[in-house]
Design a protein around this ligand. Structure first.
Ligand code: MG
Length: 367
């Protein structure tokens, strides 16, 4: 089987809440997502999606996805989409770095592999554990009262895990954490995610002030070394996210006991093939994981569901259903949240059918 054509579609994904805000005053109100269609010479078509969290979160931006596919695409024509290891090596040989550019193409090839073998992607990724996976809800950075109100609302919808966007003013962040934890049940999980936003003195004050609160601290500072120092002064469970972008740093983090949980984002690592590699290593090392992506619509959410559902439950800290945050649906068959949980499709591949009327005309085509 050979790749015959690659197309990309640009979709705007507005948010139900209007705006999503996190550390350092960063915010997005309409996400710019790219759906990637990989067509084969046998007529089988696979779909992927890449949606950076704006241009200022990771070294990734929406136009970069499209520019990168324009650069990379011609090197992939004639390649076999079923040989995913080989295909990823081809992508790395043709374009150094830029993992997020490769993510949508790799995801689409997993969709093709599933369709050709008649298997859901979760089976191909290792197996389907249990009936569904627990989700967290990310809570946009607002006043402590407003964030508590949002958490109460999402809790009523069935979520039991919450990720507060902190990484702002340290005193306000301390209030945010206390205000939200006060309304949760003991079995609910709360994460305070600073998204690299605190300087070390702020982070030190926050972890000290919440030492009696049942809360996880996620990526307090920008660098690995800063995070490691905070970790050594913090007795709360500790999550690393933005710095975990390769096998190397995962192994270093494990050796340093720098974290209890890592956050794996499909596009940060360069697609499902690379994320599976890191996921499987985490399983072997006993490191729990948040399995997700930077953002996305129905296709990304389907890919997250397959990745999470194929991860042993005791290593699966949480995941999220980005398609429920946005007002536009780009595909049928994507997971739909039920009582704060979602399940991967039982259909072959990712199990989604894109809505071509929503995707419109392709913005680029390589053939
Ligand atoms: Mg995070």
């Amino acid at each position: 089987m050979k790749i015959k054509r690659i197309r990309a579609y640009r979709i705007d994904l507005p948010l139900h809440e209007g705006t999503y805000k996190w550390s350092g005053g960063k915010s997005v109100s309409v996400f710019d997502s790219t759906a990637v269609e990989v067509e084969t010479d046998s007529g089988v078509v696979g779909w992927g999606e890449v949606c950076p969290l704006g241009p200022f979160y990771l070294p990734a931006y929406a136009n970069g996805v499209r520019a990168g596919i324009t650069e990379l695409g011609p090197h992939l024509l004639g390649e076999d989409p079923l040989q995913l290891g080989k295909l990823n090596r081809r992508m790395d040989a043709a374009l150094k770095g830029h993992p997020y550019v490769k993510s949508g193409i790799d995801m689409a090839c997993w969709d093709i592999l599933g369709k050709v073998t008649g298997q859901p992607v979760c089976i191909l990724l290792g197996g389907r554990y249990g009936d569904d996976v627990a989700l967290y809800r990310a809570i946009s950075q607002e006043s402590p009262e407003a964030m508590a109100q949002l958490v109460a609302g999402y809790r009523a919808e069935g979520y039991t895990r919450f990720q507060l966007k902190v990484g702002g003013d340290a005193d306000t962040d301390i209030e945010r954490i206390h205000a939200v934890r006060a309304l949760l049940q003991p079995s609910d999980r709360l994460v305070a995610d600073a998204n690299t936003g605190w300087l070390m003195h702020d982070a030190m004050r926050v972890v000290r002030a919440v030492r009696d609160v049942d809360v996880y601290i996620e990526q307090p500072c920008l660098s690995y070394e800063e995070c490691l120092t905070i970790r050594r002064h913090c007795d709360r469970p500790f999550v690393l996210d933005e710095v975990i972008d390769s096998v190397d740093v995962l192994l270093r983090g494990h050796a340093d006991r720098a974290m209890d949980v890592v956050n794996l984002k499909i596009s940060k690592l360069g697609g499902l093939t690379r994320t599976k590699q890191v996921r499987d290593l985490c399983v072997s090392l006993g490191v729990a994981m948040t399995l997700e992506d930077s953002w996305g619509g129905d296709i990304v959410t389907a890919a997250i569901a397959h990745l999470a559902h194929s991860t042993p439950p005791e290593l699966r800290f949480t995941s999220t259903d980005f398609n429920s945050y946005v007002t536009v649906s780009i595909a049928d068959g994507a997971p739909q949240r039920v009582h704060g949980r979602m399940a991967a499709s039982l259909r072959p591949g990712l199990g989604i059918v894109p809505k071509m009327d929503v995707l419109g005309k392709p913005v680029l085509e390589i053939s």
